[in-house]
Design a protein around this ligand. Structure first.
Ligand code: NAD
Length: 260
């Protein structure tokens, strides 16, 4: 699918980081882009800079997602492209023993469930709602009706201490990619998932500089954090290359996370 002014796109998490870069890349090729995000101020700012639309959406809330798609379609018509970047990072050991007091505590089940609700269920419901709309479109080359890109993480497969909830949520996104591609194979809708390594976004900016430096140095080559534009380039490739389907692809400078 060629991305140009005939294409409408929805980008979740589009107010910041990887979603923002993806939205900018799509808009730079002429696409009409709707951003779904919780961050109203930043979302409106990015939308106005790219000539797009901002919809305040909580991807973990079905009614909010429905309202977002309705608003996006009213503004730009039915989307042919969905990019799912909305997500949260959650840190916490499964069970933890306090070194000083010996007290044992476990990750609150609510926190585990919330992480799955945003990162996994949120992605699933955006995919399902977008696909339902894409099925109403005429097919393009090869009968293609739509293309979707989801965001997992290398944490889905390189489990780290304290990442049980995050890794489970991203592992779920990896796990659903191929079955969804197959679910949609007779509808001309493709789906692919990127597993980013460590990218320089506001999600990472909260870490102390020395931690960021260690992370950057741990990337085999190039020895730096990924740039959001490099992520957006792969999003564009996955959207435009019609033979990309059902794939889960690492984008990580060959990093393999050792246990910390
Ligand atoms: P970011 O914090 O810069 O952007 C995430 C955006 O998602 C924010 O604008 C936030 O408001 C939005 N968001 C959060 N919860 C939401 C919800 N319930 N509904 C709607 N919007 C919501 O982070 P980022 O680094 O750009 O991360 C984007 C995606 O990439 C996330 O899914 C993250 O887990 C994943 N990821 C990032 C990295 C990295 O190194 N930055 C690595 C691996 C995976």
């Amino acid at each position: 699918m060629k991305v140009d002014s005939s294409i409408s796109a929805v980008v979740t998490g589009g107010a910041s980081g990887l979603g923002e870069a993806s939205a900018r890349a799509l808009a730079a090729k002429g696409a009409k882009v709707a951003l779904f995000d919780l961050n109203v101020e930043r979302g409106q700012q990015v939308a106005s800079e790219i000539g797009g639309t901002f919809c305040q959406v909580d991807v973990s809330d079905e009614a909010s997602v429905d309202a977002g798609f309705a608003a996006a379609r009213a503004a730009h018509g039915q989307e042919r492209v969905l990019v799912c970047c909305a997500g949260i990072g959650t840190i916490g050991k499964t069970v933890r023993r306090d070194k000083e007091t010996g007290a044992i505590s476990h990750m609150p089940v609510e926190l585990f469930a919330k992480t799955l609700k945003v990162n996994l269920v949120g992605t699933f419901q955006c995919v399902a709602k977008a696909a339902a709309g894409m099925m109403t479109l005429d097919g393009l080359e090869d009968g293609e009706r739509g293309a979707m890109v989801c965001t997992a993480s290398v944490a889905a497969v390189d489990g780290q201490i304290g990442q049980v909830a995050y890794s489970a949520s991203k592992g779920g996104v990896v796990g659903m990619t191929l079955p969804i591609a197959r679910d949609f194979m007779s509808e001309g809708i493709r789906i692919n998932t990127i597993l980013p390594g460590i990218f320089n976004t506001p999600l990472l900016a909260g870490l102390p500089q020395n931690v960021q430096d260690v992370l950057a140095a741990s990337v085999p080559f190039p020895k730096r954090l990924g740039k959001p534009e490099e992520y957006a380039n792969l999003v564009l490739t996955m959207v435009e290359n019609g033979y990309f389907n059902g794939e889960t692809v690492r984008l990580d400078g060959a990093i393999r996370m050792p246990p910390r």
